[in-house]
Design a protein around this ligand. Structure first.
Ligand SMILES: [Zn+2]
Length: 248
């Protein structure tokens, strides 16, 4: 662990039966924490063979599959079609339950700018700005997310190495720097709808210079319909295959 990374501990762990709107069900072990640097109420969901009790004094075992998911109230809860956060989270839960690992639910709405500012950014996008320009216009960085709490949570869970379910090389680099080794980067599916196609294309264009697409390999094909009745997954188009990270 880097010397300047404060240690977090598990505060509470409970079992939570999950059922999604499309009927998919699984069981999670949900963890809260003490000592996270930003004081926010981030959660970890242990899934598959990680859905059991964690004893902090025991080593974490083989590298789990981990998805850091940034909170998106509009997409995760209300099924907003302006982004693909809901289907991304739904996909991640099932894939992690199959492989064994953790979904980190990070309370960094709107790429870290907050819910109200995200809606302000949507308003600017409706006036013609793209998602990055809108954040800059509001006085924020393009992406304000900091994965320090994510690293603290993983280390509290005994995870020092993981397979990272993400298309975003910045997540991998930040977590490596923070002392969690990334053994493999596993690409996520792409979830396109009529309302988010332009948003995804912007991300693909913008992200192209930060993503080494050749590292990503063939994209996992997420079965059509697995993301719920009104949000079908489709195979990625050529333009969108270059996307750096989808999400708010
Ligand atoms: Zn979203």
């Amino acid at each position: 662990m880097p010397r300047d990374l404060p240690r977090a501990t598990i505060r509470t762990q409970v079992t939570l039966p999950l059922r999604f709107v499309d009927g998919y069900a699984t069981t999670a072990r949900v963890f809260s924490f003490e000592g996270l640097v930003d004081g926010r109420e981030h959660l970890a969901f242990g899934l598959g063979d990680r859905a059991g009790v964690v004893r902090p004094d025991e080593p974490g075992g083989p590298a789990p599959l981990v998805r850091p998911h940034s909170e998106c109230l509009t997409g995760d809860v209300f099924g907003s079609q302006r982004c693909d956060c809901g289907p991304q989270m739904r996909e991640a839960v099932e894939r992690i339950a199959d492989a064994g690992g953790f979904l980190l639910y990070l309370r960094q709405e709107g790429r870290g700018i907050g819910l109200y500012a995200k809606l302000d950014a949507y308003a600017l996008q409706d006036a013609g700005l793209d998602t990055y320009e809108a954040n800059l216009m509001l006085g924020f960085a393009e992406d304000e997310r900091d994965y320090t709490p994510a690293a603290q949570m993983l280390l509290a869970l005994g995870v020092t190495r993981m397979a990272l379910l993400s298309n975003n090389p910045d997540k991998a680099a930040q977590l490596e720097r923070l002392g969690v080794s990334v053994t493999e980067q596993v690409p996520t599916g792409i979830h396109v709808s009529a309302a988010n196609a332009s948003y995804l294309a912007t991300k693909a264009r913008h992200g192209a210079h930060t993503l080494d697409v050749s590292r990503a390999g063939p994209r996992a094909q997420w079965p059509t319909g697995a993301c719920g009745p009104h949000e079908r997954s489709r195979a990625p188009s050529a333009g969108i295959a270059a996307i750096g990270e989808v999400g708010c």
